[in-house]
Write a protein that binds this ligand. Structure first.
Ligand code: IVH
Length: 712
């Protein structure tokens, strides 16, 4: 690859990896599989090896991913600062590193060779399960659990001690082993202080239970037990943690006063103090032994009550750990062999074509039930017609099913060798399976849509259910209520809900005075729903909760949003072409405009509080572009502009009143402001303009803080 191409690809990979890291560690909602992630990382490592001068100092290849809620620099106890930080953060005594990994068994030989060369000797290896959870570092002081830190960014971790104390198999006080005789000089078997690291995970049973509840309560289910474990560990309420059924297995002991000769001896000893250590480990003396251990567990892991994603192979003799040392990211004395995602082979019985509330038609496979990663799988996604062609799938085929980052398993392959000669090839429908309208294919998304948005019963019912759902208008009603109301012709679009009368509801099967009143009261309460949620509730394609928030904040009310040009929409944070087009299309439909008019007269909120609660007119008529970082988050700065009567814009033009420039403001924006004669102001000047600070600049921060507190 040429150097310019390599440069571009390195940038691309860095962005992809950083994004995947955030989604994995912080959001607990991965979008790519571990395998895909590891392949991106390996590609970046190899490019950086070929072009060392293109490697940036903060490349993700040199760091462990960070799970910190709010990354801050390390310095002793970094304490809570206001209400925003969820956990105190403390530095790790020893950096908390990751492990080198491979999917290729032959690389284990290369690892053993590197070790032998490094120590100039032979050694033994401790082989263990790789627990698929979230890493934890426990400190025991005087035999008591003193502190529990997450991995964080490897240097600083979040203090989750209170939550860890609610995990039933982690002892708060160590146990005296039966064979230990205390003496005056040696009263305890453990040192005054030591650290022990391991993994907190959620067994399959607890995971399935949790997701069942989340689905019932319309919360997004966790994609896998690992995300469920790390999400649970960071819950604010420790009592809720206790109910999550988390477990812990510890696998690495560290400290100054430990005299263990081998890793196995260390684990056996701490187990005798009551610490949870796995018995599924083995000391291997040859590559063949290691290979056997891997092969055995690659099959047997399916019968474990928790998830494992590989085998960890560690040099057993501890003095060699010091000799081999660490890279910036991983120890040289250990390696992880990762299992390929678990697959199950089963028969494809039929394919349903499901119409979603936005009209997207998704092929969903009905399978002969099969056990996969702890659950029975009966249905799997086939994504779209392109994927069906790519797989060359036939009805009755034996198919491979995998669980990826998503909750719904997917079909990843077909075994054509077992295909019946007369197996039929499925045809993706050309007409909507529900209303018969010809489907339209969106080439960019490779998906087919039913364009009959206001006439297709499944789409209408889907939109009605979405409108009432908890994250939208939060009206107490189940899918069956919507079904009944729709079937009786009482509700056709969301505006009809607010025109329902008690007599209408009493016409429905099983409805009594009390249930009718409860539903009507809940509809009445929903009038208080903030604009951003109302906007989300409308079910405009591509407008999820976050986008709705951005739009509500930017435009302030529905009329400004409805009349915004494509360019204005594109100038809003997080809005790209697809979303801008979808908004324009939605507001160009007269049916939708009429719905808005009716909802407005029913009393729903179509403007943000910020617009209603104006603090001053000091920025009236001013258009402001902000660039760079400020002492308060950018979103808060934008809200301040609006509450003082100004308008935010993202691009500088002759109409811009000020460029509000923070730290690291974009040089391009500064240049443009200068060339157009736009006044550039800093944060302090801005606060003067809106009357937030008197003329004593040394008080700036206090005033900024007050402003934050009163507003947010
Ligand atoms: S030993 C210096 N042993 O896998 C690193 N790690 O993907 C010592 N993990 O960072 C780690 N099971 O969080 C070790 N038996 C095991 C493990 C294990 C799971 C985790 C750990 C590590 C990650 C790397």
């Amino acid at each position: 690859m040429e150097k310019t191409q390599a440069y571009k690809r390195i940038q691309e990979l860095t962005e992809l990896i950083n994004d995947a890291n955030k989604r994995y560690y912080v959001d607990n909602a991965p979008t790519i599989s571990d395998y895909e992630f590891d392949m991106l990382m390996k590609e970046l490592e190899s490019l950086e090896k070929d072009y060392p001068d293109l490697k940036s100092a903060d490349s993700p290849t040199g760091k462990v991913g960070s799970d910190l809620f709010n990354p801050v620099p390390a310095s002793g106890s970094i304490g809570v600062n206001g209400a925003k930080r969820e956990f105190e953060q403390y530095p790790h005594r020893y950096p908390m590193l990751s492990l080198a990994n491979t999917y290729d068994i032959s690389e284990i030989q290369a690892f053993a060779d590197r070790v032998a060369k490094g120590i100039g000797n032979v050694c033994t290896f401790s082989c263990e399960l790789k627990f698929d959870g979230t890493a934890i570092c426990l400190t025991y002081r005087n035999g008591r659990l003193y502190r529990a830190l997450t991995r964080g960014d490897g240097t600083v971790g979040d203090d989750v001690t209170e939550n860890v104390k609610r995990i039933s198999n982690i002892p708060q006080v160590l146990k005296m082993p039966a064979d230990f005789t205390p003496t005056r000089s040696n009263p305890y078997p453990w040192p005054k202080e030591f650290e022990i690291r391991g993994e907190i995970y959620m067994p399959w049973e607890a995971f399935d239970r949790l997701n069942e509840v989340r689905i019932k309560e319309e919360e997004t289910p966790f994609a896998n037990p690992r995300n469920a474990a790390s999400g649970s560990l960071k819950l604010i309420d420790s009592n809720a943690v206790a109910e999550r059924g988390l477990e812990c297995t510890l696998y690495h002991v560290l400290g100054e006063d430990l005299n263990f000769q081998t890793h196995a001896q260390a684990l056996d000893t701490v187990a005798s103090w009551g610490l949870p250590v796995s018995d599924k480990r083995n000391i291997c003396t040859s590559i063949e032994d290691i290979r056997d251990f891997i092969t055995y567990w690659d099959t047997e892991r399916k019968n474990l009550p928790f998830a494992t994603d590989g085998i960890v192979i560690k040099v057993n003799e501890i003095p060699y750990h010091t000799e081999l040392g660490y890279t910036s990211k991983v120890p040289r004395w250990a390696v992880a062999y990762k299992f390929k995602a678990e697959q199950a082979l089963t028969r494809l019985v039929s394919i349903d074509y499901q119409v979603g509330r936005t009209g997207a038609v998704t092929p969903v496979a009905n399978l002969e039930p099969v056990q996969l990663s702890g659950t029975v799988v009966k249905r799997a996604s086939l994504h779209n017609s392109d994927q069906m062609h790519l797989l060359d799938i036939h009805i009755g085929d034996y198919v491979y099913v995998e669980k990826g980052g998503e909750i719904i398993p997917k079909i990843t392959g077909v075994d054509p060798g077992r295909r019946c000669p007369d197996a039929a090839q499925p045809h993706f429908p050309e007409f909507c399976p529900d209303c018969g309208t010809p489907l339209v294919k969106d080439e960019e998304e490779a998906r087919s849509f039913c364009p009959n948005q206001s006439g297709c019963p499944t789409q209408i019912k889907g939109k009605l259910v979405h409108f009432l759902s908890r994250k939208a208008m939060n009206v107490i009603a189940g899918d069956s209520t919507v079904e009944q109301l729709f079937n009786k012709g009482l509700v056709w679009n969301v505006a009809d809900f607010y025109e329902l009368k008690k007599e209408h509801l009493l016409m429905l099967d099983g409805w009594k005075e009390r249930s009718a009143e409860r539903f009507l009261n809940s509809l009445q309460d929903s009038l208080e729903t903030p604009f951003e949620k109302v906007l989300y509730a409308l079910g405009i394609r591509h407008i999820g909760e976050t986008t709705a928030k951005s739009l509500a904040r930017h435009f302030g009310n529905i009329d400004s949003l409805a009349s915004a040009s494509r360019e204005e929409l594109l100038a809003t944070d997080d809005i790209g072409e697809v979303i801008a087009d979808s908004i324009k299309e939605w507001f160009s439909d007269e049916v939708n405009i009429e719905i808005i008019t009716r909802l407005k007269s029913s009393g729903l909120r179509f403007a943000t509080d910020a617009v209603k609660e104006k603090l001053s007119d000091s920025l009236e008529g001013k258009t402001i572009v902000i660039s760079g970082n400020f002492s308060i988050p950018r979103d808060h700065m934008k809200k301040l502009i609006e509450t003082h009567g100004g308008k935010n814009s993202s691009s500088i033009s002759g109409k811009t009143s000020y460029l509000l420039a923070g730290e690291k403001a974009g040089p391009e924006k500064l240049r443009k402001a200068e060339s157009l004669g736009v006044q550039v102001i800093d944060e302090v000047r801005f606060m003067h303009i809106i009357g937030q600070i008197p003329d004593k600049s040394d008080e700036t921060n206090d005033y900024l803080l007050n402003e934050q507190l009163t507003l947010f």
